[in-house]
Ligand binder design. Structure first.
Ligand code: UD1
Length: 421
């Protein structure tokens, strides 16, 4: 099991390209199941969650060719309709195969995902949507067993705005008979891109990018090709790395428009930001940063996936700030680890109260989940001395070659094999 050894204190500078969005790929890949033939997903990031989805799609009978971020998925020979526990337990997004399998083949068996390192993550909204569309759903031996001869268009009103449930409902409704309306739909950029891909496949969808999506079901879809949008969370993580090391970097192949909530908060802190069409420049050199509080919310609000990284940044800024997560109340596993590096952070329910310290000091810390791990790497880059981040497999799930990107910006970070975990 690999770990990172980071010697902190290097000011980041230079330019780095952002990879395709993990969360877009994880929705686009199962969408390919909706048609017979070869779909092509360009700019697919090379990371472990994508490999897990590839394994699942192969298990279902897809043939896959993945080279240089170009992913070809051939769905001519799909002959299985089950997403087994071994795949779903590694990655909750495996539940995305439920809608497409049900819509195209009339049946799907998907292992129940269970909890996450930071707490429960139910799939009730996914199941409610499938039921509304006419599917019979049973829960048996830890599996969702879903069946429907022909899905029927329906009105789906989500109590909570859910990225995954909106994606699953859309993928099911595009082949349902008649009109479906999804109210309180998620409009995260990854869901907008999924809708755009489905439209390329021949789906009829209105209201893309809004909270009300209307779908006129069609009889059949055809394969399509698309370029995956840039990863807004990778972009945000790299920007915070620059802010924490008082550096100046340029991100290329990114999308400033998808990250406005984070960019505005970075500006409130005192960072200089330049937005170009596909580039962002951040300059935090010689700047006394100010503490700025955030509360996560659905898009276009401050993303929960950037909450841990923001906590790391605030831990080094003089003054008091708060970080409140309204999407996942328990997503604070990074707090005790940041405190091991010298942070002064207290938890009050779903709010971290952060008193900035002058210095963080290198120590051994443990990754617990993807974004918590990212926050530890950021803290290590800014800390005095050496930080060891154990269990970097969490980072490998969602970041493409993060240590190489950071190294190219001047960071002192090494990946080494380790027996500790
Ligand atoms: C997606 C992202 C994840 C991000 C999250 C919130 C992917 C692969 N993952 O996860 O990185 O942190 O959006 O932006 O795209 N909920 C229910 N019942 C359900 C489904 C969700 O109560 O059936 C709740 C969740 O517990 C949470 C909220 O809805 O409080 C939003 O979760 P959701 O948007 O569904 O997250 P995911 O799609 O799982």
């Amino acid at each position: 099991m690999d770990k990172f050894i980071i010697t902190g204190g290097k000011e980041l500078s230079g330019s780095v390209s952002v990879s395709g969005a993990k969360n877009s790929s994880l929705a686009l890949m199962p969408a390919s199941l909706l048609a017979t033939g070869v779909s092509i997903l360009n700019n697919t990031p090379i990371l472990n969650d994508v490999f897990t989805m590839i394994k699942l799609l192969k298990h279902l009978g897809s043939e896959i060719n993945f080279q240089d971020e170009r992913l070809e998925i051939n769905t001519n020979k799909i002959n299985k309709f089950t997403a087994p526990y071994e795949h779903v337990k590694k990655m909750r997004a495996s539940v995305y195969v439920l809608g497409p399998l049900l819509a195209r083949f009339g049946k799907a068996e998907v292992s129940l995902p269970g909890g996450c390192a930071w707490g429960p993550r139910p799939v009730n909204l996914h199941l409610e949507a499938m039921k509304k569309l006419g599917a019979e759903i049973d829960l048996k031996d830890g599996y969702i067993i879903a069946e429907a001869k022909q899905l029927q268009g329906a009105k789906i009103n989500f109590d909570i705005s859910s990225v995954g449930a909106t994606g699953n409902a859309m993928m099911a409704a595009v082949l349902a008979k008649g009109i479906s309306v999804i109210n309180n739909a998620a409009n995260e950029p990854e869901i907008t891109q999924l809708a755009e891909f489905l439209i390329k496949m021949g789906a009829k969808i209105n209201g893309v990018g809004t909270n009300k999506i209307e779908i006129q079901g069609v009889e059949e879809l055809k394969p399509a090709e698309i370029k995956t949008i840039p990863d807004r969370i990778e972009s945000g993580t790299l920007l915070i790395a620059a802010a924490m090391t008082k550096g100046k970097i340029k991100l290329t192949d990114t999308s400033p428009g998808h990250l406005e909530a984070v960019l505005l908060k970075l500006e409130d802190c005192g960072c200089k930001i330049v937005r170009k069409e596909n580039e962002i420049i951040i300059d935090a050199k010689n700047t006394e940063l100010k503490p700025i509080s955030i509360t996560t919310s659905i898009y276009p609000g401050f993303p929960t996936d950037m909450q841990a990284q923001w906590t790391a940044l605030m831990s080094l800024i003089d003054g008091v700030s708060t970080v409140t997560d309204t999407i996942y109340f328990d997503r604070f596993k990074h707090v005790p680890e940041l405190n091991r590096l010298g942070g002064k952070i207290e938890l009050d329910r779903n709010t971290a109260v952060i008193t900035g310290v002058k210095k963080l000091k290198g120590a051994k810390v443990m990754s617990t989940d993807l974004r918590a791990s990212a926050s530890l790497v950021l803290a290590g880059l800014a800390a005095e001395g050496t930080t060891e981040v154990l269990r970097v497999y969490h980072l490998d799930r969602g970041y493409q070659k993060i240590e190489e990107k950071l190294k190219s910006l001047g960071a002192n970070i090494e990946r080494v094999e380790s027996k500790e975990y």
